[in-house]
Design a protein around this ligand. Sequence first.
Ligand SMILES: C[S@@+](CC[C@H](N)C(=O)[O-])C[C@H]1O[C@@H](n2cnc3c(N)ncnc32)[C@H](O)[C@@H]1O
Length: 542
Amino acid sequence: MKEEKQDQKMEEEMMQQLRSKATELLLREEWIESIKLYSHYLSLCQEQLLIFHEMSGTEQVSKLHKSLCLAFSNRAEARTRLGYLSDALEDCDRALEIEPTHSKTLLCKGKILLVLNRYSMASDCFKRVASVELQIGGNCETVHEYLDRCKKLEFQSRTGVLDLSEWVLSGFRGKPPELAEYIGAIQIKKSEHSGRGLFATKDIEAGTLLLVTKAVATGRGILPKPGEDSSDSARLVMWKDLVDKVLDAASKCSKTHHLIRNLSRGEDEDGLEIPVISFFKPDGTDESLFSKEKPNVGSIVNILDVNSLTEDAISAKVLGKNSDYYGVGLWILASFINHSCNPNARRLHIGDHVVIHASRDVKAGEEITSAYFDVLVPLNKRREMSKTWGFHCRCRRCKFEEEINCRGEIREFEAAAERGLDMGAVVVGLEENMRRWMVKGKEKGYLRASFWAAFSGAFRSDKSMRRWGIRIPAMEAVVESVAEAVGADERILRVVVEGLKRNGGGGIVQMERALKLGRGVYGRVLKKQAMKAFLELSRIHD
Ligand SMILES: C[S@@+](CC[C@H](N)C(=O)[O-])C[C@H]1O[C@@H](n2cnc3c(N)ncnc32)[C@H](O)[C@@H]1O
């Protein structure tokens, strides 16, 4: 009996030391080691608990329960710091099973849920912390800050209403506003272009947000100028950094891994599974449903090759960052967007988030597409670019221009536009031929978009405008048809803003048109007055 007691004492002392060491490592932020010791301590505690249960020693049992709760809570914190969020959540839940009002654990769980974009659930945790703290007269300030954050993010994720006016007009001073995940009126369906695509589920106005989502990972850095010796190697370093980060994210979260694995590898897209959109919602599916597998480097590299996005693309705008800064990343749901030379969506990059919005009015059932490369150029150039992307574009505009291209005149206009001597002559020639070919409606916009360089050159040249006079169509009509064909684009907006300036600000109608175009370029992220100020300040030139 005496020996047994001594053994018991020694065991208790050993556990005490183990716990102290684990806590010390936690305080020193040595997360991996701390997790190891807590795991050891937890299994010893659980063994002891079994023994004590048999002996029904209530005081010992309740002491052990307290220790278990604290150990789970501390391991949750260490796991959170390392990014193992689902494991950390499990720890929180086990601690809360023992002590449902354990304030530290509730706070930790709330923070994890906030990172996982589960705003209402996070809010519930913070409310419980606030009520516990209120009872014991503790400080609730931080908890209320968290509650305010949850409220704002939950509203944004429900409505897609985002207001960046203050931040944009301050010249992007300070940190970018915190963004919530948002999935608008879209669904995934089989695409006419290839494989799957995103589709509008209702009529959508230009500027409306379609999707806000955080990158699985990004690789960023300052690149030397193209052509400089180190430029290629710098890109390679960034690419490798992205691959490593995506592998890390996939190995830490089986749902992320599963979603990445379902992305296209650029081949046999028509046979790919069509997932339901709710699957991509933060609380769409439980993590435990996905099997844990080690991600395969080769397959992740293939997937990134087809789906990674560069932030400084032609249909994107990076807000609040130095223009030398180069970024590449993976945004899962955005990867379902196909290319079209007749696109209707653009994106903004804000921190690690991508905000995708309609760049023109979209009809219910229409596919959401963006421009992977410059579409304000003739068909031949676009063909070259789509080849480097590894596909042959099958969009409506390409099909139409293929037929028109059979006529030799188009080549002559292309050559003349490239020489850039008299853009007015190119415009007048093209317009006369379009009349002869009976090109009408949207198709007129397609060809004008292909020769946008000639149109914008002519509008900007007093000499051209004087020489060709009314044979050059009105700028408003050209802008409207081109924006209808390719969606709003910064270059189109610039011509409009320059026109407004020449006319001393223009009338209300012109200003409204410019504002609509501005919403198409930047999305509805600025209030009307802020957008007006933004256009007047010509920040678009930056
Ligand atoms: C980012 S994925 C787009 C989503 C993809 N369709 C899917 O099913 O997952 C890019 C790939 O889609 C295909 N694609 C995109 N736009 C296309 C287009 N206009 N014409 C033909 N293929 C296209 C190409 O295979 C390209 O490599």
